[in-house]
Design a protein around this ligand. Structure first.
Ligand code: HEC
Ligand SMILES: [Cu+2]
Length: 214
């Protein structure tokens, strides 16, 4: 199935509500095998590959209901992996979001995980371990111990959490444990939403701001 989480924390299964006339970014991940997010009416198709995050975006121009498919044979229940994208006028979309209850934003859930998993124990201000501060890291160049420089994009954050010894930040010891197997895809997305929210100038802006198509 397709499970969607909105930046505000609203959850949907095989249904995705979006506003008309706005750029919508879907950040895709897979928990098992390769799937493919496919909305023929919008001419968008993007693989969801385990171990990676891929973004796809679209602007829906007409309110309505549009078929959503998985375009990659993914197992015996492949044919059931589909649903609908519902495109709503802005005010209807706002009331739909409101009707979903007072959820917790992805970034807020990620902040709680950040403390619960012990990340803050090393990355927090009062830490005794020497670890880089993560405020503002998203989207910035990071110097590595191997003298290369990488941009701290979603790929880098994901790998930093799952394979921390792959790229060591310059000036630090490789002491961070891997969280592979300890966090699932949804939790990874929350952690990343939290880390991204630390990079926004105004905390009131949605965490997806940095993903807007260029
Ligand atoms: C035992 C201490 C420790 C824990 C626990 C820990 N980290 Fe780290 N982390 C480090 C150190 C030290 C580095 C720098 C060395 C490296 O790149 O591995 C680092 C690097 C990172 C980086 C790359 C930052 C940069 O500036 O390049 C990210 C992102 C990160 N950690 C996120 C997390 C998250 C999220 C968690 C919890 C799920 C976590 N860390 C848990 C010690 C820790
Ligand atoms: Cu599938």
């Amino acid at each position: 199935m397709w499970e969607f989480r909105h930046p505000g924390g609203q959850r949907e299964i095989n249904e995705l509500h979006v506003p008309v006339g706005k750029a919508v970014v879907v950040s895709l991940a897979s928990q098992d095998v390769i799937h493919s997010f496919y909305v023929p009416a919008f001419r968008v198709k993007q693989d969801a590959v385990p171990g990676r995050t891929a973004n796809v975006w679209f602007i829906a121009t007409q309110p309505g209901r549009y078929h959503l498919f998985c375009a990659e044979y993914c197992g015996t229940q492949h044919s059931e992996m589909g649903g609908w994208v519902t495109v709503l006028a802005p005010e209807q979309y706002a009331s739909w979001l409101g009707s979903q209850g007072e959820g917790e934003s992805l970034a807020t859930s990620g902040g709680k995980l950040f403390r619960a998993l012990g990340c803050s124990g090393c990355h927090g201000n009062s830490s005794k371990v020497r670890a880089p501060g993560l405020d503002g890291v998203f989207g910035q160049p990071v110097a590595l111990a191997n003298r290369q420089t990488v941009i701290a994009d979603e790929r880098y954050l994901r790998d930093s959490i799952l394979v921390p010894n792959k790229e060591i930040a310059a000036g630090y010891q490789p002491v961070m444990p891997s969280f592979d197997g300890l966090v699932d895809e949804a939790e990874l997305q929350m952690l990343m939403a939290y880390l991204k929210s630390l990079s926004l100038q105004s905390p009131s802006l949605p965490a997806a701001k940095n993903e807007a198509p260029q």
